[in-house]
Design a protein around this ligand. Structure first.
Ligand code: 4NP
Length: 154
């Protein structure tokens, strides 16, 4: 089983979308996908209604997800940890115990060479169009991740 964790700040806007999108592109018998937030503001909460709506518009169901906070043991559980922006990267790597932990953490848009700005913008204070933009960015990145992981002999 290959395990992939998507991380943002609140675990209600960006990482639930990344979680749902990647899950939809990978076989369930060999891949486990989850998401978490670096903050504890939304532990136990459903994803933001706007993320739910945008996902649903693209045929992806994320309403079963609940917010949880990133924890140090996630470095043991997961093989790949994708973060949405530099601040998430800093918050996650602050909890790393060694270089192996740090090596698991990547900015998700770094998988896409065609994207110049590597930040997935936080849509929390934005409009539904900002959530659509996040979906587009994450959908492209997740297509690349799924292709890379399913072609790789792990
Ligand atoms: P996310 O967005 O990190 O994409 O889930 C946010 C959600 C909530 C807050 C900030 C960002 N907040 O401050 O509550």
């Amino acid at each position: 089983m290959t395990r992939i964790l998507m991380v943002c700040l609140g675990n209600i806007c960006r990482s639930p979308l990344a979680h749902g999108i990647l899950e939809s592109k990978l076989p369930k018998d060999t891949f486990y996908v989850d998401s978490a937030g670096t903050a504890n503001y939304h532990v136990g909460d459903l994803p933001d209604q706007r993320s739910i709506t945008v996902a649903q518009n693209h045929g992806i169901y994320i309403s079963h997800q609940r917010g949880r906070q990133f924890k140090t043991s996630d470095f043991d559980t997961f093989d790949y940890i994708y973060v949405m922006d530099q601040s998430n990267y800093d918050n996650v790597t602050k909890l790393a115990r060694n270089t192996n932990d740090i090596g698991k953490v990547k900015l998700i848009l770094e998988v896409d060479d065609t994207v110049k700005n590597k930040r997935v913008p936080d849509p929390y204070y934005g409009e539904i169009s900002d959530f659509e933009h996040v979906f587009t960015l994450l959908d492209l990145a997740c297509s690349i991740i799924s292709k890379t992981l399913t072609n790789k002999d792990l």
